[in-house]
Design a protein around this ligand. Structure first.
Ligand SMILES: C[S@@+](CC[C@H](N)C(=O)[O-])C[C@H]1O[C@@H](n2cnc3c(N)ncnc32)[C@H](O)[C@@H]1O
Length: 232
């Protein structure tokens, strides 16, 4: 375990989305959960967030290999993992692009980018670049992406239509945007509303100038949609 004094206020202070999305009444419960996790698991702030993003049963319902296969990523491609968090998909994506390709693991939370930097160094993942973006202006680097992949992050993004309209200029010809986000279903989503309506994703991306290429329905908890920019 790294040496870090755990401070729940600081931990959540950076998680702007928690303050904005979670009703005030639920925050006390979350803090209690966080403190309990800290006591039980002895992990630091980024470790707690990673455990929240990556529950123990995630592989079962997330089916990461099937998701990656659906995306038909080619070796050498450049992929953004937008809102990479603890890197759940980052390293699957890195395997798919191979050593000739590059994955940009992008996040607004310095706790998560620091954790990712450590994972990249420990695993010697030379094809992964970690980028901390400004939460007030979370723009993507203009490196020419073949795929912008984002999982459980879409609902965090402000002014999504304008954002994804701007993002088009960072895509290569034939580039795509893949969005996986929680469906607003089940008791957990009612208490911690971190989700998007599938139809909202479709209409916002339509307004941003994208057409729907694929709509996968095999993820029980999430929508999984792939878009391409409409030709000019
Ligand atoms: C629920 S986590 C998902 C992490 C990871 N994609 C996964 O599937 O486990 C959402 C992440 O998105 C990040 N985030 C929120 N808004 C963002 C933005 N505008 N740009 C980039 N990252 C963002 C948060 O800091 C957080 O790490």
């Amino acid at each position: 375990m790294r040496e870090e004094i755990f401070d729940p206020q600081r931990c959540f202070a950076k998680a702007k989305f928690v303050r904005r999305r979670i009703p005030r009444a639920s925050r006390g419960g979350i803090l209690a959960l966080v403190v309990l996790s800290q006591a039980l698991l002895g992990v630091d702030c980024s470790g707690i967030k990673q455990r929240m993003y990556e529950p123990a049963d995630r592989d079962r319902w997330q089916q990461p290999e099937r998701v990656i296969a659906s995306l038909a990523i080619e070796p050498g491609q450049r992929v953004a993992d937008l809102g990479a968090g603890g890197g759940y998909f980052t390293f699957h994506l890195a395997k798919a692009v191979g050593l000739e390709g590059r994955v940009y693991a992008i996040d607004v939370d310095p706790d998560m980018t620091a954790l990712l930097e450590r994972s990249v160094a420990e695993g010697n993942h030379s094809n992964v670049e970690v980028l901390l973006v400004d939460p007030t202006e979370p723009e993507l680097p203009d490196v020419g992406f073949d795929l912008i992949f984002t999982c459980n992050t879409y609902h965090h993004i402000d002014e999504r239509t304008a954002y994804f309209e701007r993002v088009k200029s960072t895509l290569n010809r034939g580039g795509r945007v893949a969005i996986i986000d929680h469906k607003p279903e089940g008791w957990f989503q009612k208490i911690f509303p971190h989700s998007s309506q599938r139809e909202s994703i479709r209409s916002e991306m339509d307004a941003a100038g994208y057409r729907l290429d694929r709509d996968y329905d095999y993820l029980s908890k999430q929508s999984f949609l792939v878009f391409s920019p409409e030709p000019d």
